[in-house]
Design a binder for this molecule. Sequence first.
Ligand code: IMP
Length: 197
Amino acid sequence: MREIRFVSTNTEKFREAAAILRPHGIRLRWVRREIPEPQAWTLEEVVKAKLDAVQDLPGPVLVEDSGLFIPSLKGFPGVYSKHFFKLWGFPPLLELLRRRGRHAYFKTVAGLRLGRRRVYFSGVVQGTIARRPRGRGGFGYDPLFIPRGHSRSFAELSSEEKNGLSHRARALRKLGRHEKEALQVEVTRDEMSLDVA
Ligand code: IMP
């Protein structure tokens, strides 16, 4: 198993990320650290800044940032999802959406630092905002988000069901495949140098 440090203060995120990456032969080691988020327009910028802030940690390091984007609100709360949720919770969002389109998507950007190299992966899941919070599972905006093709919210799905289709799973599965291919290249290189020797 390959070990990667995952920096976050969010227990649920860590649990989800660890379960998603385990089948890819990656074991996440949780570094519970608050990283100040810069004011930025995109998740990509936030993730780059987060990677800058964890340069002191040894070995491969993974950070991620996620947001709920609502096109009828010009993408709001988007990169501000965390602050908005902390300050206001669901009510103003439901109020704003009373006469607007309810299409929404979740997006995750994951950034992995491997020595001096950095690689980024993104994942998106489309859906709609429920008329009222539904379900007790998950975290954050999960009770409001109904993924496309489903009738239940993320908070009404089991963690396995959510991890089967979530934004986080889509980004991290790309990372898992990337790491597997990188490992295969390393093994092939080793075999080649054995052949040459
Ligand atoms: P951040 O990625 O920690 O900045 O989180 C942004 C906001 O989106 C926080 O309020 C999280 O609770 C919320 N959030 C992030 N991922 C999810 C998710 O998978 N489901 C529901 N809410 C999420």
